[in-house]
Design a protein around this ligand. Structure first.
Ligand code: HEM
Length: 188
């Protein structure tokens, strides 16, 4: 195949744009699931209106943002690999593909939750969904670190310090959210 020399950079740019769109969709989708599940604790008459609105928002977000983002990311990645197939023999790429597989499973699992919510058959609690919502962050951090550092993945004390800071930041966001929810339920 005779592609122009800048084709690789076009594929890479669109690949990164796809990643941003895909993750924006995944993050917001599970956030909507949390609001959807928690709206089931509201009074019966307003519960139905929330159910309809959240079901519609979830479906549109999944089909118009999240899945197109996933398709753009993967199709551009295939383009990159067609131009540079040697990446596939590198260990960082093989580990990256492992994380991407987990991410794809997560993506389709979100569709399952969305269908269960629409049919009012979802058994998951808001707390479980909040934990689930943390998973893509983990995949994102691992994949970005892998593509940037490739085979020279850092293991120095500075790296572990940064990892610790990220974990502490994530934990403090969780604690703050829990504290706010407790205060809200006390105020009701
Ligand atoms: C669908 C499977 C995927 C494959 C086969 C794939 C493959 C690739 C390839 C070959 C590159 C170019 C590497 C380079 O030129 O240095 C790349 C770049 C990149 N990928 Fe992926 N990728 C996939 C999914 C993802 C996902 C899910 C993310 C984000 C979580 C991601 C994030 C990135 C980023 C940020 C870059 C730019 C790295 C740089 O230029 O330094 N990729 N990917």
């Amino acid at each position: 195949m005779n592609l122009p020399p800048e084709a690789y950079l076009w594929f890479k740019s669109l690949h990164i744009i796809g990643v941003v769109v895909w993750f924006a969709g995944l993050f917001y989708l599970v956030r909507l699931f949390i609001y959807h599940v928690e709206s089931q604790e509201l009074e019966q008459n307003i519960q139905e209106a929330f159910h309809k609105q959240y079901s519609l928002m979830e479906l549109r977000l999944a089909n118009i943002i999240t899945t197109p983002g996933m398709i753009l990311t993967t199709s551009m990645a295939i383009g990159l690999l067609v131009i540079e197939p040697t990446w596939l023999s590198q260990i960082w790429m093989q580990i990256k593909l492992g994380f991407v597989l987990l991410l794809l499973i997560y993506h389709f699992y979100c569709y399952k939750i969305m269908n269960n919510l629409r049919k009012k058959e979802c058994k998951m609690t808001g707390k479980q969904l909040r934990v689930l919502n943390e998973l893509p962050t983990l995949f994102l951090v691992c994949v970005v670190m892998l593509v940037v550092f490739k085979n020279s993945f850092p293991t120095s004390a500075v790296t572990w310090f940064i990892v610790l800071l990220i974990i502490l930041m994530a934990l403090s966001i969780q604690f703050y959210a829990r504290f706010r929810r407790l205060n809200q339920s006390k105020a009701l």
